[in-house]
Write a protein that binds this ligand. Structure first.
Ligand code: HEC
Ligand code: HEC
Length: 481
């Protein structure tokens, strides 16, 4: 067929069917066992570090491992003699990518408000729009609160007197949890927790009074190269901004700034689909999270209100940035080729029953099971694969409980990108974290579902009305992904 994927037809049919009754799952396809197609990786025995996609050609391995080394390597403060590794900060959140995306998996939010946040951060803005950043950066602190700095740097100033030039960290984020009790229709109860944010030691004075904050946990980055090769037309075909099919689920494409092409483009990566491409996501992470400037983001993470940050030495190369285009592409390549786990026991009878319930409760209306990736000249092994990410990569209004109130390009303060579910059952093994949803509030798949509201409220309702064994089956299915 042409650009209209077979599954968009399925979605249309499903919408009509649900109006009259519940919807059945399509017959099980053995291809579902391999969420990344031929690129899927066996995670048993459990790997000790990040594995490349199973079908990575031998000729592409050196680039992958070079990128992996760069993603692991702690960046250090400039200046140094080995200038390929310096330029950290001056303000930053972590020294390496994998400090947050542990083994390519997700970050975590501490259970106690005493411990500051490390593998998650706060995005900041004030009301208004910026043509490139989307939201207007907070005037002093910028687009995200960096909780680390290169600390005290002694500099010679004024007639040779040595004065400490302190680059204060911007502040420490502590998350306090408020507990709620959720009661199922059958009387069973679960404890849920919602975050309350406290910022300690603001380094540069008060935040703007209208500051909007969004707590975001590092998501898993497996399969990014496959997501990159999904045809935008396939995603567009799932969007239904005006909810014309009347199923209560809209789904919108975010429109963001493409820093490479210098144009507006559909967003796909990031928790609000706030990044247009994988390379922009990686380059933005270098600049914002590690403080490493690069060809796409050449600015140090210092605002005009942070002179001590601006006066720090940089780690620039001859092109005036800390990370060259070549090294940037190596790390992009590493992200692109991170293997997606194979499913475990997909044909177990309980899991199969759960699969049926996944469709019956309407999860797949947002968690779109499959796509076929576009052919790619640069990445032939990732092209033409039937993949099972369980996301439509669209924005959905998830209701007031999950709202962060902070718009991001065209995403409203209530909208989030459908989280891909592939690999979710291995989260604990991969990164040690089971903190789900954008801010890590959910400690299990069950809790994540119970927070679904807005467009997903009917689906959540259907889940809560299942019998206990059925709920267990559905959770087993999700955890088998
Ligand atoms: C301080 C923690 C932290 C560090 C360090 C970090 N990230 Fe992230 N990463 C995040 C968060 C939080 C998000 C979600 C951002 C958003 O939605 O705005 C994210 C998103 C991403 C995504 C998008 C995933 C998706 O599902 O769309 C990729 C890819 C990524 N990071 C790669 C990297 C790379 C490469 C580095 C190193 C250069 C890095 N990250 C460093 C926290 C971090
Ligand atoms: C209306 C669209 C929609 C429907 C329907 C929906 N979800 Fe989601 N789901 C989302 C979005 C959007 C997110 C991300 C929300 C966030 O990060 O706050 C999400 C997140 C999740 C997560 C957390 C994933 C992670 O990595 O943090 C799980 C688990 C999940 N959904 C499972 C389900 C199940 C199971 C169902 C059916 C009972 C379902 N969802 C129905 C849109 C939907």
């Amino acid at each position: 067929m042409n650009r209209l994927p077979h599954h968009s037809l399925l979605v249309l049919i499903s919408a009509t069917v649900t109006l009259v009754g519940c919807q059945e799952a399509p017959p099980y396809d053995p291809a579902e066992a391999l969420p990344g197609g031929d690129a899927s990786v066996n995670f048993s025995p459990f790997p000790s570090s990040e594995l490349p996609v199973a079908n990575l050609p031998a000729s592409a391995k050196p680039e992958f491992y070079a990128g992996k080394a760069l993603a692991h390597q702690p960046w250090i403060k400039a200046p140094t003699i080995t200038d390929a590794r310096d330029g950290l900060g001056p303000l930053y959140n972590a020294r390496t990518c994998l400090a947050c995306h542990t083994k390519g998996g997700r970050g975590h939010v501490p259970d106690s408000g005493d411990t500051p946040l490390l593998s998650a951060f706060l995005r900041l803005s004030i009301p208004g729009n910026h043509p490139h950043h989307g939201a207007l950066p907070e005037p002093t602190y910028g687009e995200q609160l960096q909780s680390q700095s290169v600390a005290l740097a002694h500099q010679l100033r004024h007639s040779g007197a040595e004065l400490p030039m302190s680059v204060a960290p911007e502040g420490y984020v502590h998350v306090h949890w408020q507990n709620d009790i959720f009661t199922y229709p059958d009387g069973q109860q679960r404890q849920l927790r919602r975050p309350r944010i406290e910022i300690r030691n603001l380094g540069y004075g008060p935040l703007h009074p209208d500051t909007l904050m969004s707590l975001r946990i590092a998501p898993s980055i497996h399969g990014a190269g496959l997501i990159e090769l999904i045809d935008q037309a396939d995603i567009d075909a799932l969007a239904d901004p005006e909810d014309l099919d009347g199923d209560g689920i809209s789904g919108r494409v975010n429109q963001v700034w493409d820093y490479r092409r210098q144009a507006v483009a559909p967003g796909r990566f990031g928790l609000k689909a706030n990044r247009a491409s994988l390379e922009i996501t990686v380059a933005g992470a270098f600049a914002g999270d590690v403080g490493i400037t690069n060809p796409l983001f050449p600015q140090q993470p210092c605002s005009p209100a942070q002179p001590s940050c601006q006066e720090q030495p940089d780690g620039n190369d001859a092109n005036g940035v800390e990370l060259s285009e070549e090294l940037l592409q190596m790390v992009v390549d590493f992200n692109r080729n991170l293997g997606v786990p194979k499913r475990r026991s997909p044909e177990n009878t309980q899991v199969m029953a759960g699969r049926e319930l996944f469709y019956q409760t309407g999860c797949q209306r947002c968690h779109q099971p499959d796509f076929t990736t576009l052919a790619s000249e640069q990445q032939p092994h990732l092209g033409g694969q039937r993949i099972w990410p369980y996301s439509d990569f669209l924005l959905h209004d998830m209701g007031p409980e999950l709202a962060d109130g902070r718009p991001d390009y065209q995403a409203s303060g209530r909208e989030w990108r459908t989280a891909p579910l592939w690999g979710i059952g291995l989260s604990k093994h991969i990164s040690g974290s089971q903190n789900f949803l954008h801010d890590g509030r959910a400690r299990s798949v069950e809790e994540a579902i119970l927070w679904h509201g807005g467009e997903a409220a009917a689906s959540r309702q259907a889940f809560t009305e299942l019998s206990t064994p059925q709920r267990q089956q559905l959770l087993m299915f999700v955890n088998s992904l």
